[in-house]
Design a protein. Structure first.
Length: 84
C-alpha cells in the first residue's frame, strides 16, 4: 500500500473490512494490543447497539411527600462539613 493509498484510506468513508484487515496484518506484534484496545473502544462506543428506553411512567403510582424529601435531604446533608 503506497502513501497515497493510505492517505485516501483515512479521507473517505468507503473503507472496507478487508482494507482494515490488511492494515492490521502489517502491524508489528508489539502494536497489536494497542490496536485491539482502540478497536474495542470503537465497538463499545457504537451508538447502533444502544436502544433508547422510555422512562415515561417509571414513577407512576409513586407518591413522594414533603417528609420524604426532607428525610432525603437530612441523609445527604446530615454530616456535611463534619470532616473539616
Amino acid at each position: 500500500m503506497s502513501v497515497e493509498n493510505r492517505e485516501s484510506l483515512w479521507d473517505t468513508d468507503d473503507v472496507t473490512r478487508e482494507e482494515l484487515l490488511n492494515l492490521i496484518r502489517r502491524l508489528p506484534e508489539e502494536k497489536l494490543p494497542e490496536a485491539e484496545a482502540l478497536l474495542s473502544d470503537l465497538v463499545e462506543d457504537s451508538s447502533e447497539d444502544i436502544v433508547p428506553v422510555s422512562l415515561k411512567g417509571i414513577w407512576a403510582g409513586v407518591v413522594i411527600t414533603e417528609a420524604d424529601i426532607a428525610e432525603a435531604r437530612k441523609e445527604m446533608w446530615g454530616n456535611f462539613g463534619e470532616r473539616f
